[in-house]
Design a protein around this ligand. Structure first.
Ligand SMILES: [Mg+2]
Length: 252
């Protein structure tokens, strides 16, 4: 049982299904986060350092070099979600592979973010042709996945880029198939034309090189900081690999 009442309410609204259940995280699984976020920070006068695998303690004021506190980090992340539609692009191959799985599985998107951003995220996902139900949670994901499964003993697969979410799922749903996917774009050094156009990047050459550098560094640094994958969790490198692996696990 999730201890997030709003999450429980959202799950109760979903139609019951006895299809195999596929639960997907959103940030850095379906939508890019760690690539655009440092660039967004730079536009706001901050810099993301990669001293550890955490945002807290790793964001510095560009002018003073001072690290900002936890509340300020939360505020910047919150502000980012307010403008997520300007920054977050779809992970390569995610849409078509999820659509293929959705033919024989129930797909639910489970995102850890303040509930107040749900409508904005829903609109962005709809824009990107991702019509699957979206559940927000401000608490652990495992109990929410257990609730999503319901009483039917159907197979469950869960994909996330954060170990603590996968471990929470492992604790709550012992037989869930767990996949670690940290989306990595093949074309890692640039954003889409539309995003660069929106921020007039190409008209600002020094900004363009910082964007490229920031995006590439984020991608490489995060991977270098990743500890070994915990027991019982399968790492997949990209969506093309994830598709058939998930299908096999769910028996679809
Ligand atoms: Mg994520």
């Amino acid at each position: 049982m999730s201890d997030d009442l709003e999450t429980m309410r959202q799950i109760a609204e979903l139609a019951e299904s006895d299809l195999p259940l596929l639960v997907l995280d959103v940030d850095d699984v379906i939508l890019e986060f760690i690539r655009p976020f440092p660039v967004y920070l730079r536009e706001r006068g901050f810099e993301l350092k990669f001293d550890s695998f955490s945002l807290n303690g790793n964001i510095a004021d560009l002018a003073s070099g001072a690290r900002i506190g936890k509340d300020h980090v939360s505020q910047l992340v919150d502000d980012f979600f307010d403008v997520q539609h300007d920054w977050q692009e779809l992970a390569e191959n995610a849409a078509e592979i999820i659509a293929g799985l959705a033919g024989s599985a129930e797909v639910v998107l489970l995102t850890a973010m303040p509930h107040r951003h749900r409508a904005r995220r829903r609109a962005l996902l709809d824009n990107l042709d991702l019509p699957y139900p979206l559940v927000t949670t401000e608490r652990a994901k495992g109990p929410a996945i257990k609730l999503l499964r319901g009483t039917h003993p159907r197979p469950v697969a869960f994909v996330d880029d954060m170990y603590h979410n996968l471990i929470s799922a492992r604790d709550a749903v012992a037989d869930a198939h767990l996949f670690h996917l940290l989306h990595r774009p093949e074309n890692r050094n640039r954003f889409s034309e539309s995003t660069m156009h929106r921020f007039r990047v190409l008209e600002r050459p020094c900004v363009a090189s910082k964007w490229t550098h920031g995006a590439l560094m984020a991608d490489n640094s995060v991977r270098a900081l990743l500890p070994p994958v915990p027991e019982g969790i399968t790492r997949v490198e990209h969506w093309r690999e994830a598709g058939p692996t998930i299908a096999r696990a769910l028996g679809v």
